[in-house]
Structure formats: structure tokens, C-alpha cells
Design a protein around this ligand. Sequence first.
Ligand code: BEZ
Length: 259
Amino acid sequence: MNETKSNEWNAGHYDQKIGYVSRLGQSLIGLLQPAEGERILDIGCGTGDLAWEIARSGAHVTGIDSSEAMVAQAAAKYPSLSFRVDDAQTFRLQPEEAPYDAIFSNAALHWIRRPADAARSMALALRSGGRLVAEFGGQDNIAEIYQGIRSALESAGIDADERNPWYFPGIGEYASVLEAEGFHVRTAELYERPTPLGDGAQGLRNWLDAFAGKFFAGMTEPEKEEAYVRCEAAVRGKLLRGGEYIADYRRLRITAIRL
Ligand code: BEZ
């Protein structure tokens, strides 16, 4: 959802093939406990499904995402909500905007390569006492998939680490980032969430298409196909179960209050 989210986002693909991102984010709304009349900012809103769920509480929700395609799709699906293109690392309250009561973010902050800047933006956007409820990929998230990508790229003479667009911090690291910007961390959990990718043996490809474009940039279609096949071969033994890929997600779920 920021400048480092280097895939060209395809909002249609996201809704059709990666719908589990929003579906699995629903439980985070329970933690947010949105209330009628509250002003809530959804960072990395994607195509707006969770913003819409939050708004059902009667809260006023604004969604931001760095992808124009995502924001356009969100605005088309949910015209009564407010969405805008913005970067988590640099956004500031608009002149007419009052500080928010809460910030919500699902599956977005692992795209933020300058987390301290994002923490600063979030702190500035919240009122004193406002809350942050976020979940994203944590330490060792998708370790098997990443190894598969790395070995596939190695065969093509590419160093995956140089192209890695993701940030998967541990609890201590991310709590420190927030605390440095005046947040009090209330809860933090790093937990395994094996995630079925659906669509049978196509599931890993759908995931790579949606999220891993930066690794395969500049390859011809046959080169990319070969790399996908190598990646699938590398992870199949660990992640293919009953004909479906189960991604080795590990989530960092964190709640904090801005002092
Ligand atoms: C995640 O939700 O953990 C994730 C999604 C895309 C790329 C990397 C991680």
C-alpha cells in the first residue's frame, strides 16, 4: 500500500483470487470495536471491504491506499465511504480533517519499508487516547514461500534479497517503533495462521501474481513460467496439502494507544 508495494496492483485479481485477505481480516474488526459516530482511518484499505464492514457500526471511515487501482475499485464498490490515494509513510491529516479516534490496518504494514515514518504519520493522525489496531506479516512470515522464491531466482542468477519488498518485524522491534512515536502498546501477538490459497494447484501462482511481482520483474513470460515452476517444486512438499497450497503465514497482531 505504499511506494514499495511494487506490484502493479490488479484490483480485479485481488477481489477474485485473493478474497481471503479481507475475509481473514474480519476478526480484527472485533478487536477494533468501532462505535457509531467514531472517525476511523483504514490504512491500506485495498478494495474497501473491511472499511465497509467497519462502517456498518455507524463509524465514519476513510480508507487510504497507495494504489490508484485499489482506491478506484473501493470507491466504485462503496460510494458512500471516503477513499483516497495516500502513502502510509508520508500521509498527513488534510486541512479539513479532524484527528481520528482509531486507525485500523489489515495486511498492509508489511509493505512499509520505512516503519518509523509510518508510525509518525499514524501518531499525527490520531487524537490523544486514540487507538491503533493492526495486523500484518510478522517475523518469519511466509518463510517457506520466500525460500521457494529465493531458490527459483537463484537459478536465474537473481538475488531475491535485493528485491525483497517486505518488512516482517518481531514483536519487540515493532513495539519499539511505535513507542518511539508516543504509542503505548497494549497487546502484541505473533501467531501462525496457515492460509489456504484456494484454486487448487493454481493457488500459489495466484499469490505470486498478486504479491510477488517485484521478484520476477524484467523476466520474459517463459523465464517467469520456469521460475514459478521451480518455486512450486521447492515448496510443494511443505505447503501442498490435499491439492491446495497452504501458505505459511505468521501474523503480527498489535494494539496500541496514542498518548
Ligand atoms: C501477508 O499477508 O502476510 C503477505 C501478503 C503478501 C505478501 C507478503 C505477505
